[in-house]
Design a protein around this ligand. Structure first.
Ligand code: C2E
Ligand code: MG
Ligand code: MG
Ligand code: MG
Length: 292
């Protein structure tokens, strides 16, 4: 096609692509030493139970403190890690670290919450993934139902049967499974019924639709009702405004996560805020429980 496009176009695309490739290679190279040099860290974002107003869970979200480039968000390197064979190593680091923090909180006396860890398809397809998860829980001496693994629908595109059997194996140990970013991308209600999951996390695009004037834009209510009928617990992601809470409560959504409650913060902040029974937020403090 390049010949047809003409010489100028050809060169233009070539340069643009070259730049992207170089950027990727540089990230790829740096990723190789990032674990040894301790450049990764986990931030935690609180998930709040809508009925009690209490902390229901913490989602672990990876960040990369690059020595030159500064803080790099996961969207900028997880894909590259997956492509360059680094995801299993990084993913294992994430699970171990999150469970270690979970143990610290447990020892401090905190109970009845979970830590969520995002996992890639590559991790689920690795040999003995279920055994790895079990080992970490045993090492940290944790009740398995304090750990939740978040998967996205994209993991189901390939090796559906193998993924399902791994999920079943993990779930048998008591670990919870959540389907993340539900509704964006390749969602299918048919798949949903076949999935061994406990929790549905509704993508933030649907949560922002709540603020639309036009009620036909709000299909999130139907999604919640459907999920609840299937016996799933529902978490709404990306809650930024109090009006969204009102709507989500109407539909008996179980829990919320978003900047309204708190951005993802360091583990030191989590322990500090929890000790004071308050989480930081841009607008409101700890979610007030309505007295009706
Ligand atoms: P996710 O699992 O859906 O995580 C939620 C993302 O939404 C986080 O972005 C979080 O900071 C952001 N968020 C939370 N509340 C709000 C809000 O109210 N408004 C808006 N606009 N955004 C909000 P983050 O930390 O940049 O992570 C992006 C994605 O990277 C995650 O999406 C997850 O898919 C992936 N990721 C993060 N950590 C890991 C990891 O350890 N392993 C793997 N495989 N993926 C990870
Ligand atoms: Mg997630
Ligand atoms: Mg999500
Ligand atoms: Mg996401």
């Amino acid at each position: 096609h390049s010949k047809e496009a003409g010489k100028g176009t050809y060169t233009f695309y070539n340069n643009a692509m070259g730049e992207a490739v170089l950027k990727k290679i540089s990230i790829q190279n740096d990723l190789h030493k990032a674990i040894e040099t301790n450049e990764f860290m986990l931030y935690y974002q609180p998930i709040i139970d809508l009925q009690t107003g209490h902390l229901s869970g913490l989602e672990a979200l990876i960040r990369w403190q690059h020595p030159v480039k500064g803080l790099i968000a996961p969207d900028k390197f997880i894909g590259i890690a997956e492509e360059s064979g680094k995801m299993i190593e990084i993913g294992t680091w994430v699970i171990k670290n999150a469970c270690h923090f979970l143990r610290e909180l447990y020892e401090l006396g905190y109970r009845d919450f979970h830590i969520s860890v995002n996992v890639s398809a590559i991790q689920l397809l690795q040999n003995n993934f279920a055994a790895l998860v079990c080992d970490v829980l045993t090492t940290e001496n944790l009740p398995p139902d304090y750990l939740m693994l978040e998967i996205t629908e994209s993991v189901l595109i390939e090796s559906f049967d193998q993924i399902i059997s791994t999920l079943l194996e993990i779930r048998q140990t008591g670990v919870k499974i959540a389907l993340d970013d539900f509704g964006c991308g390749y969602s299918s209600l048919t798949y949903l019924r076949q999935l061994p999951i406990d929790v549905l996390k509704i993508d933030k695009t649907f949560v922002s639709d709540i603020l639309q004037v036009n009620s036909k834009d709000r299909i999130i209510g139907s999604i919640i009702m459907l999920a609840k009928q299937m016996g799933l617990r529902v978490i709404a992601e990306g809650v930024e405004r109090p009006e969204q809470i009102t709507y989500l409560k109407q539909y008996s959504c179980d829990a919320i996560q978003g900047y309204l409650i708190s951005k993802p913060v360091s583990k030191e902040d989590i322990t500090k805020f929890w000790a004071h029974n308050i989480f930081p937020t841009t607008s409101t403090p700890w979610l007030p429980v309505e007295t009706k």
